[in-house]
Design a protein around this ligand. Structure first.
Ligand SMILES: Cc1ncc(COP(=O)(O)O)c(C=O)c1O
Length: 378
């Protein structure tokens, strides 16, 4: 199989699995237990917390573990709104559904929700935040988009609304481009392990020190009373190993993935007629690993059929967020970028990883060329 859907998830690295295995076998203790195998698990978890916090410019006390990006996003929005800390919520229209759907729920409960527009380059304009600069507002704007790879100007956005609470969903960026929560002045950030060759089902929230963050689920006193539930040392240690490698090799992996997406760009331009890029080429504007395209004659094409035909030929690509794949809804991200509904339905997202081979990219474009030719000739 040729796997070009690394924004949906990535293959678990062997060294990550090796790091996890002892915690699934002999070192199975509960980190809340006082005897030695429990204490051993506690030490491993706190060591991981310290290292992960360091990687994002945070203090270990500012990081809590969760089951992943979805839980982290839900926890930030719901905890802040239901504790009465904020009365209004502002989210960009291109957020992942793990932000948009909790925001919709909170709106039903009486929270004022503003959906921030994006400009033709796919970014939120800083001036849009001027009216939201209040201590009763929580702003949630993703670090980079999972469908287009477009990076948001977080520093400018934060500087425009210094009094508001500011959250970023950094699921697609952590380990791929630098993320320094302190330097960006963030209050909250969402992380997840499985986009950087770590295990699924583990993530974290950065919560700036001093914020009175209320638990979003109740039970034991784990995670400083902020997130009840027995921690999984295996997942946490796997997250640590994946994040350590991703951050250490960020430049090398980034350069390689950029090389792959540049090759993909060139081949698409050479072989595929009637399409446009939804991902800019400039390295400061988009992640190194994602290219999203849509077709100018989209009304004649069936987006799902393109993906199915690619799959039949052993190639895994996506047409947007994996969480909405399969539904016939046009991508809300592309619609927010002013693409017509038909165009937003027939998009293709290619996302590479450090393990992608250049011959996979060549083969993918050859196959896409043949599929489109067949479909267009009807
Ligand atoms: C931007 C973004 N946020 C949140 C999530 C959800 O993260 P998780 O799969 O860890 O729940 C994803 C996953 O696709 C994502 O791309």
């Amino acid at each position: 199989m040729i796997y070009l859907d690394n924004s949906a998830t990535t293959r678990l690295d062997d060294h990550v699995l090796e790091a996890m295995l002892p915690w699934l076998r002999e070192d199975f203790g509960n980190a809340s237990s006082v005897y030695s195998i429990g204490r051993k698990a506690r030490v491993a978890i706190e060591d991981a917390r310290e290292e992960l916090a360091h990687l994002i410019g945070a203090h270990p006390a500012e990081l809590i573990f969760t089951s992943g990006g979805t839980e982290s996003n839900n926890a930030v929005l719901k905890s802040m709104c239901s504790a009465g800390m904020v009365k209004q919520l502002a989210v960009s229209g291109i957020e992942h559904h793990a932000v948009l759907h909790p925001a919709e729920e909170l709106e039903k409960q009486g929270i004022a929700v503003y959906v921030l527009p994006i400009n033709e380059h796919g970014v939120v304009e800083a001036w849009e935040l001027h009216p939201l600069n209040s201590a009763e507002t929580l702003i949630s704007i993703m670090h980079a988009n999972n469908e287009t790879g477009i990076i948001q100007p977080l520093q400018d956005l934060r500087a425009t609304a210094p009094n508001a609470y500011f959250h970023t969903d950094a699921v697609q960026t952590f380990g791929k481009i630098p993320l320094d929560c302190k330097a960006l002045g963030l209050d909250f950030a969402t992380l997840s392990a499985h986009k950087i060759h770590g295990p699924k089902g583990i993530g974290a929230i950065f919560i700036r020190r001093g914020i009175d963050f209320k638990a979003h689920q109740h039970g034991g006193a784990q995670e400083r009373n902020r997130r009840a539930g027995t921690e999984s040392p295996a997942l946490i240690v796997g997250f640590q190993a994946a994040a350590r490698a991703a951050c250490k090799e960020m430049d090398v992996r980034g350069a390689y993935m950029r090389e792959c997406t540049l090759l993909l760009r060139e081949l698409l331009l050479e072989k595929i007629p009637l399409f446009r890029f939804n991902t800019p080429q400039d390295e400061h504007s988009a992640l190194p690993n994602i290219i999203n395209i849509s077709f100018l004659d989209a009304e004649k094409l069936d987006g799902e059929a393109i993906l199915q035909a690619m799959d039949m030929r052993g190639i895994a690509v996506s047409n947007g967020s994996a969480c909405v794949s399969g539904s016939l809804q046009p991508s809300h991200v592309l619609v927010a970028m002013n693409r017509a509904d038909a165009e937003a339905k027939a998009a293709v997202r290619f996302s590479v990883s450090k393990d992608t081979r250049t011959e996979d990219i060549r083969r993918t474009v050859e196959v896409l060329e043949a599929i489109l030719q067949e479909m267009r000739e009807g």
